[in-house]
Design a protein around this ligand. Structure first.
Ligand SMILES: Cc1ncc(COP(=O)(O)O)c(C=O)c1O
Length: 321
């Protein structure tokens, strides 16, 4: 019987999760581990341009892997049609803008794993193992979803996120600068976790989110920046009609924009510093790591905030809205 009465818990709406029919897990890289345990691949091919935590499950399970390069469209320079039966190919939906390509590759590549850590809103293609990481899009401490056609027999412990809220609450109560070290601490504590099911509190928060609103705001902000920056963006972006990007990926030759933005308290990440160690200086991935600036477009911000970003970039002259 459920408990009844007494003091209140944190008050949250009881809505629907966006990925209501997926497996609920703790993290993106443990969802990847789940797929590896299920499919038991002999070898994995993954992009150089990705996050180093993707290697943890591969090393843990002693699965051999090779990296592949990507081209200017962020698509693999690799003949995936020649994969052997037990070899699997990981493709990342970069910034949530590669849905069109994923539709194409899904038809051509049998042993495909889609990393949608940067594409929370993208749909999974039927029959393709696909995982998501919630905290890249929303104010949750952890949480992942996985679509796969079968399940492991093993029962996994449920995660407990009660002690992972200091940075999230810190950012509400104090400045982002104050909470940043707490955020880093939380991130570090998440690496090398084992597979768990999603914690109660993370799920409750994910049920509380207005996904339609988040989607619309993201698209409005993205489209505003795209109009202003398209001409100077070295990345040619073609969004699928259902795509909802994580950020606006601004790939530019201009130097020092990242520092200028951060000095003006526009906090932009760098994906992924580990790539500097994996490729040589003349590789495209090195250039992407150095020069791609992920501009925030998420549901916390309005078009006015986008105008401020453009002002700091000093590119307002290029706006022809
Ligand atoms: C492209 C990509 N894939 C996978 C992951 C792993 O997700 P998680 O940190 O939830 O394990 C990350 C994390 O940053 C990522 O950027």
């Amino acid at each position: 019987m459920n408990d009844i009465g007494g003091f209140f818990e944190l008050e949250l709406n009881q809505g629907l999760e966006y990925h209501n029919n997926a497996l609920r897990l703790n993290l993106g890289h443990t969802a990847f581990e789940y797929i590896l345990r299920l499919r038991k691949p002999k070898r994995i091919f993954l992009p150089y341009y990705t996050c180093d935590v993707m290697l943890y499950p591969l090393k843990k399970l002693s699965i051999p892997y090779n990296f592949y390069h990507i081209d200017k469209k962020l698509e693999p320079i690799f003949d995936y049609k020649r994969l052997k039966r037990n070899e699997y190919f990981v493709y990342t939906n970069y910034f949530g803008i590669k849905d069109c390509y994923i539709k194409k590759i899904s038809m051509e590549c049998n042993n495909l794993i889609i990393d949608n850590a940067q594409a929370f809103f993208s749909f999974a293609v039927k029959g393709v193992d696909t995982f998501y990481s919630a905290r890249k899009f929303f104010g949750v401490p952890d949480g992942a979803y996985l679509y796969t056609s079968s399940m492991l027999k093993e029962k996994f412990k449920q995660d407990n996120s009660a002690n992972r809220f200091r940075h999230l609450i810190g950012r509400v109560e104090n400045s982002p600068e104050n909470a940043y070290s707490l955020f880093k601490k939380n991130e570090q504590s998440l690496y090398r976790q084992s597979i768990k099911t999603m914690s109660n509190i993370t799920r409750r928060i994910l049920k509380n989110i207005d996904y339609e609103r988040a989607k619309n705001i993201r698209l409005e902000n993205f489209n505003y920046l795209e109009k202003a920056l398209k001409k100077s963006n070295l990345l040619n972006i073609k969004l699928d009609k259902n795509s909802v990007p994580m950020v606006y990926p601004y790939f530019t030759k201009k130097k020092d924009l990242r520092n200028r933005l951060i000095k003006n308290r526009i906090f932009v990440a760098q994906y992924w510093p580990n790539v500097y160690e994996w490729v040589s200086k003349n590789c495209y991935e090195y250039y992407l790591t150095n020069n791609l600036i992920p501009l925030p477009i998420d549901q916390r911000y309005s078009v006015d905030d986008m105008k401020n970003i453009l002002e700091i970039l000093d590119l307002s002259i290029e706006i022809s809205l």
